[in-house]
Write a protein that binds this ligand. Structure first.
Ligand code: SF4
Length: 722
């Protein structure tokens, strides 16, 4: 038996794992077990139900059923794909992309990637699109996950940098969990919170969520707010803090700007008004405000409940306002801590792998930043115009503006909201490339070219978790059949495309893609971070290997990463001050009404991950929640004469699906919950508009105007007995 240290490939907690293999000295080595890495500072040896069953997903028999093993081409849509060589597949993609770019321009092609990719993968794809093709049409499924948190941090603190560490959970006095079922979505952090409560019985935990989740059930104070009313809640809390003089006036005066405008705005958010908007008791609002403001250290932990909203940026900023107003930031146990959904949503942003970003947190809108990146890459320029973000990218496919798309390691035909747009867009596209480890997703059905990629236990590179900690991902077994690493595939296509798009390179630059190993790529990324907020010029693969995972920044000369940001009250803004944002409260985009009277919320199950390509292959992971259902309150079930298991039509303005009912005390009246994971293969279609596309056949595609993140947490629906 042999052992290899690596990282869990599911959530943004970023737990260290030890992969156990048999027959390690041959190319036929198999994964036989996995356990938590006791030395990894994210989890100290613990794993949740998903992480501890990772080895089962690498079972060789299962691989044969689930994996893509060979590159393949479809002669026409709907045909069975025929296996081809890698060189044929690569050259086909390069030729088709070059033809389309020559005919319609560089903005006629797009790349849609994933927070599951490693930093090195992301780096090559980003350079391929922005450096070689010369457009910014690369976006990621992290847009559906973290983009409102990014925008909220940038508006208030100046940079996309979570200021906290997991260690802050251990020493906080109050933990304010809002829009996060941490017990299910980030289980190992929740275990840490449970330990902290045992060690400090005086710790207060407040949970804000429209749904009484497992996290909410354990709270000292639970605020069951109406969907989408978070901004009103935070403004109401600030109103009370102002009235009671619980603010840190000295911190506000020394380190922030813009408080007077916010003060004027929150004047109208009286306890009575806010209690009415949010559907909570005034006394609970008051208590939450007191525990937040008057604790020695308040840590907010938040996730998709804030982010997946058409007001996601405003929600994030309004929460950060509370921390700035009370000085609850930059000290142990305090700060606004956005929990990352995916394992490497952070790493993707670090290399600028989104339609509006450039390498090392640089901004497309900044001419100096564009020039710095052009100089680093050896290209004439980097285009200024922001690319298409996730939702507009598929809308552009549908309206013909975008002709070709390359989808990498993600399943948008299941995971995007308002799936009609995505399916119509993919049907109309002139050319679709799908690169994935898994063969049978809703998206692979549309592929003209299929590219088999490696996955967990095979991949090599780095990821960054929620606390800015960079960890190595190491291979324990050989790539499955002919699959290649994502960065290698991007590199092969880029090198085939380079001679077909010769005008982008500067004179004397032989190739934009001179890498032999992932470390070569990472070293170029590292060089790009010099002087930036995420400077890692003091870090190397060797240090990660010898000293273990490290937090950024870690500039040259430092011998460890930084636990906590902004301890000195200096922020990365022009005048070094943090900014209060006076964002008005806006209700959800799609109001419930007489025709669609229920508010549909979506979220995670404990034991499944995203579209279930991986977790759906492990039988034991169905034990906790074996089948799709719609959860509704006992009151609504009684009113409609429904029992557990009754089948109902669930219909939104976009489509209709049939679900069995689960009656739950955890759901408020006139609300409903469906887990986000269930795609078309699990749900029988009905005679509605979607013909069985799963939960996202129902959800709303409205986006936040700043972050571009869709409102996946709220859609108006009706529920009718079948
Ligand atoms: Fe993996 Fe997240 Fe579970 Fe840790 S908490 S084992 S990273 S799924």
């Amino acid at each position: 038996m042999a052992e290899v240290k690596s990282t869990c490939c599911y959530c943004g907690v970023g737990c260290g794992v030890i992969i156990e293999t048999a027959d390690n000295h041959s190319s036929k080595a198999e994964v036989i077990g996995v356990r938590g890495d006791p030395d990894h500072p994210a989890n100290f040896g613990r794993l949740c139900s998903k992480g501890s069953t990772l080895h089962l997903t690498a079972n060789p028999e299962l691989q044969k059923q689930a994996r893509l093993g060979q590159p393949a081409i479809r002669q026409e849509r709907g045909a069975i794909p025929a296996d081809v060589s890698w060189s044929k597949a690569t050259q086909t993609i390069a030729n088709r992309f070059a033809e389309i770019i020559k005919e319609h321009g560089p903005e006629s092609v797009g790349i849609y990637v994933s927070g599951q990719l490693l930093t090195e993968d992301y780096y090559v794809f980003n350079k391929l699109m922005k450096g070689l093709i010369g457009a910014n049409n690369i976006d990621t499924n992290s847009r559906l996950c973290m983009s409102s948190a990014v925008a909220g941090y940038k508006q208030t603190l100046g940079m996309d940098a979570p200021p906290c560490s997991y260690e802050d959970i251990d020493v906080a006095s109050t933990i304010f969990i809002t829009g996060s079922n941490t017990a299910f979505a980030h289980p190992i952090l929740y275990r840490r919170l449970e330990d902290a409560r045992k060690n400090n019985p005086n710790m207060k935990v407040i949970v804000v969520d429209p749904r009484r989740t497992d996290t909410a059930k354990e709270a000292d104070l639970y605020l069951q707010i109406q969907p989408g009313t978070d901004v009103a809640l935070y403004h109401g809390m600030l109103h009370i803090m102002l009235w009671e003089k619980w603010l840190d006036e000295s911190y506000i005066a020394s380190f922030t700007e813009g408080f007077d405008v916010l003060k004027d705005l929150v004047r109208d958010f009286t306890p009575k008004a806010v209690a009415g908007i949010c559907g909570i008791k005034e006394k609970d609002l008051y208590l939450a405000s007191e525990w937040f403001a008057r604790s020695g250290a308040t840590l907010s932990m938040y996730c998709q409940g804030l982010n997946q909203s058409a007001s996601g940026t405003a929600k994030n900023a309004a929460l950060v306002n509370l921390h700035l107003a009370t000085g609850q930031i930059g000290k142990p146990g305090a700060g606004p801590f956005s929990l990352t959904g995916q394992p490497n949503a952070m790493g993707g942003r670090e290399v600028g792998g989104l339609a509006n970003l450039l390498s090392a947190h640089r901004d497309l809108s900044n001419p100096e930043h564009r020039q710095e990146v052009a100089d680093l890459w050896g290209v004439h320029s980097v285009p200024e115009k922001p690319g298409l973000s996730a939702i507009p990218m598929f809308e552009a496919l549908r309206n013909g503006e975008l002709k070709a798309i390359w989808i990498v390691c993600t399943n948008p035909a299941q995971s995007m909201p308002d799936l009609n747009v995505v399916h119509e867009g993919l049907s109309k596209a002139k050319f679709v490339v799908v690169q994935d480890a898994y063969a049978n997703t809703a998206t692979t059905l549309y592929a003209d070219v299929l590219l088999p990629a490696t996955t967990w236990a095979e991949k090599t590179g780095t990821v960054t978790n929620s606390e800015r900690r960079i960890s190595r991902v190491n291979p324990a077994i050989a790539p499955y059949e002919s699959s290649k690493h994502d960065w290698q595939i991007a590199l092969d296509v880029a090198r085939a495309l380079e001679p077909l798009l010769p005008n982008t390179k500067r004179d004397g630059v032989e190739t934009l893609f001179p890498y032999l190993t992932p470390e070569d790529i990472w070293n170029e990324h590292r060089a790009s971070t010099q002087g930036r907020d995420l400077d890692i010029t003091g870090l190397s693969y060797a240090i990660l290997e010898e000293c273990g995972p490290q937090q950024w920044p870690m500039p040259i000369g430092s011998n460890a990463g930084k636990k906590r940001l902004y301890a000195d009250g200096i922020f990365p803004t022009k005048n070094k001050k943090a900014r209060f944002i006076a964002a008005p409260y806006k209700a959800t985009v799609e109001a419930v009404d007489a025709r669609y009277p229920f508010a549909l919320n979506t979220g995670r199950l404990r034991d499944q991950w995203h579209g279930m390509s991986r977790t759906g292959t492990v039988g034991t992971l169905y034990a906790h929640s074996p089948e799709p259902c719609i959860e509704i309150s006992p009151k609504d079930a009684g009113r409609m004469n429904l029992e557990n298991g009754s089948l109902v039509h669930v219909t939104s303005r976009r489509g209709s699906e049939i679900f069995p009912v689960k009656i739950s005390e955890d759901i408020a009246s006139s609300q409903a919950f469906i887990a986000m994971h269930w795609g078309s293969e699990f749900i029988s279609g009905c005679a509605g508009k979607t013909a069985g596309r799963g939960v996202n056949g129902l959800t709303c595609g409205a986006i936040d105007p700043v972050s571009g993140q869709p409102e996946l947490k709220h859609s108006a629906i009706k529920i009718l007995p079948t």
